[in-house]
Design a binder for this molecule. Structure first.
Ligand code: ZN
Length: 461
C-alpha cells in the first residue's frame, strides 16, 4: 500500500514537474516508534522514490498551539470535558453538549489548563465548533487536540496535548504549499473538514484531492490494526514478515522494486471502486524481470536417495543460466549416489528412464522404502525424458526454504500461511550472497535471507 501510494505520488510529481513532500504524520506518540522514520525512508529509497522535501508534523507543535489559540479566540473551538461515550452518543444524535456554550475566556482558561497538565488523558479535548447536524459526521464538532500521556520518540515528554490528524494535516498542507494530495479514499470525508479548518485560519488555498481505493491483495489484510493483531498473536515475528504487504515484507520475499513500479503503473489507477489485486499478477511481473538474470541452482526438497548402478564418476560444468553464458558455470562431481526430490521419487515408475540434468540418464529398477535404485543409461540427451535436479550425496549442504502463503483463506486466519521446506542443495549455494535472488530449478525463485545459515524465502514459482 505505502509502496504503491508512494510510487503514484512520485510518478505524478515527476510527470507534472512538481515537488514531492515526505511528511511524517507523527502526532500520536503512542503510534510512533523511533524506527518508524528511518524504515519509511529506507523503504522509499529502496523503491527508487526521490523526494524533494521532508518534515515531521511534530516539529510544529508550538505553531499548532498558536493556531489553536487563534480558533478559541475566534469562538470557533471549545474545551469539552464530557466522557468519551457521551461525546460519541451526542455526535451520533447530532446534539450539542453543555460545553459548546462556554465563553471565549473560559475556553482559553481551560485550554491553558490542558497545556499545563491540570487534566489527565481522556479528561478534556479541544473541539472545533462545526455543525452538529452535518451530514458529513466528521464536521460534528470533531476533536482537534487531545491529551496523550506517552513519550514521543522525537520530543520526549515535552508535549502532552497533541493535535489530531485533521488539524495537523490542514495546517501542514498549507505550510508546505501542497497543491495536490493523492491518497486513498478512506480519507475522502475528511477533505471538507480540512478545508473548513483552513478557512477559519485564513488559509485560502486548498489542495486538489485525488483519491483512489486502497490497494488490497487477496488473502492479505492491509490495515495496520489487523497486521498488528497477527504480530501480537505471535503468528509473525516482525513487520518484515514475508507474508506482510509492507515494503519490508515484500522486499524480504524477493519482490523487486522495478516489479512494484511496473505493477503500480500497469495495474492500478485512480479508481474509486474497491479492488482486490491478485498476488499472481505482481509475481508474474517479478518473474519476468528475474528470469533473465537469476542464477540457477539445484535444490532438492524432502530428499530421497537414488543409487545408480554402473554409474561412471563424472565431473560436469553446469551453467548458472541456460542462456546467459556470462553468468558462468559451477562444477558438480557425481558418482553413483544422489539425492532427488521426494515428490519426484513418488512419481517415477519402475522401468522409466529419467535424466539427471546435465549429467546422465538412469533407468529406474526399484523403489525400496526410502531409496530408489536405478542403472546407468548413457549420458546423451534423449527426447521425451523427464529431467530432474539432483545433488550428489557427500557433496551437499542443508538448505531451508520459507514458503509464504496467504495470511487469510476465505476470511479466516490461515494456520499454514508459512511453510518450511527442508532439503539439500549443491555446495555452490554457499556462494549465494544474502539478498541475492536465485532460481532453485523446478522449485521457484528464492532470496537468501540469512548470513549464517542456508535459509531462503521463496518469492514465487
Ligand atoms: Zn462536552
Amino acid at each position: 500500500g505505502h509502496a504503491m501510494s508512494g510510487f503514484l505520488n512520485y510518478l505524478y510529481a515527476r510527470m507534472y514537474e512538481g515537488e514531492l513532500w515526505l511528511r511524517f504524520e507523527d502526532t500520536d506518540p503512542r503510534k510512533v516508534r523511533p524506527e518508524y522514520y528511518e524504515s519509511f525512508r529506507k523503504g522509499y529509497r529502496w523503491l527508487g522514490i526521490e523526494w524533494d522535501h521532508e518534515k515531521n508534523n511534530s516539529d510544529d507543535m508550538e505553531l499548532f498551539y498558536k493556531y489553536a489559540e487563534q480558533l478559541i479566540k475566534a469562538a470557533k473551538a471549545y474545551v469539552c470535558t464530557c466522557p468519551p461515550e457521551k461525546i460519541r452518543k451526542l455526535r451520533a444524535l447530532g446534539e450539542e453538549c453543555e460545553h459548546r456554550a462556554q465563553g471565549v475566556d473560559e475556553n482559553l482558561h481551560l485550554w491553558n489548563e490542558m497545556l499545563a497538565g491540570a487534566f489527565r488523558e481522556g479528561e478534556a479535548i479541544l473541539r472545533l465548533i462545526g455543525d452538529m447536524k452535518h451530514q458529513n459526521t466528521t464536521l460534528r464538532d470533531p476533536a482537534l487536540f487531545r491529551i496523550i500521556e506517552h513519550p514521543h520518540p522525537l520530543t520526549g515528554n515535552r508535549y502532552r496535548v497533541w493535535p489530531l490528524y485533521d488539524f495537523a494535516v490542514s495546517i501542514e498542507d498549507h505550510l508546505c504549499g501542497v497543491t495536490h494530495v493523492l491518497r486513498t479514499s478512506e480519507f475522502a470525508l475528511r477533505d471538507e473538514l480540512q478545508n473548513y479548518i483552513r478557512s477559519l485560519l485564513g488559509m485560502d488555498r486548498n489542495p486538489i484531492y485525488i483519491e483512489y481505493s486502497r490497494f488490497e491483495f487477496k488473502g492479505t489484510p492491509v490495515s495496520k490494526r489487523k497486521l498488528r493483531a497477527i504480530l501480537e498473536a505471535g503468528m509473525a515475528a516482525g513487520w518484515d514478515d514475508p507474508r506482510f504487504p509492507t515494503i519490508e515484507g515484500i522486499k524480504r520475499r524477493g519482490i523487486l522494486p522495478e516489479a512494484i513500479r511496473e505493477f503500480t503503473i500497469t495495474q492500478t489507477g485512480f479508481s474509486y471502486a474497491k479492488r482486490e489485486y491478485d498476488w499472481s499478477l505482481l509475481f508474474a511481473i517479478n518473474r519476468r524481470i528475474l528470469d533473465p538474470r537469476a542464477r540457477r541452482f539445484f535444490f532438492v526438497p524432502n530428499p530421497v536417495k537414488l543409487i545408480v548402478r554402473n554409474a561412471p564418476k563424472l565431473t560436469i560444468e553446469a551453467p548458472y543460466h541456460p542462456e546467459k553464458k556470462e553468468l558462468g558455470v559451477r562444477r558438480l562431481t557425481a558418482a553413483g549416489e544422489f539425492y532427488i526430490a521426494g515428490e519426484d521419487s513418488a512419481k517415477i515408475k519402475i522401468g522409466e528412464i529419467i535424466r539427471l540434468k546435465y549429467l546422465m540418464n538412469v533407468r529406474i529398477t526399484g523403489k525400496e522404502g526410502e531409496a530408489v535404485s536405478a542403472e546407468f543409461s548413457g549420458t546423451e540427451v534423449k527426447k521425451d525424458v523427464k529431467i530432474i535436479q539432483w545433488v550428489p550425496v557427500g557433496e551437499s549442504i542443508e538448505v531451508k526454504v520459507l514458503v509464504p502463503g496467504p495470511l487469510y483463506l476465505n476470511g479466516d486466519i490461515n494456520p499454514e500461511s508459512l511453510k518450511i521446506v527442508t532439503g539439500v542443495g549443491e555446495t555452490a549455494i554457499k556462494d549465494i550472497a544474502v539478498d541475492e535472488i536465485v532460481q532453485f530449478e523446478r522449485f521457484g525463485f528464492c532470496r537468501r535471507d540469512s548470513e549464517d545459515e542456508y535459509v531462503f524465502i521463496k518469492a514465487h514459482d
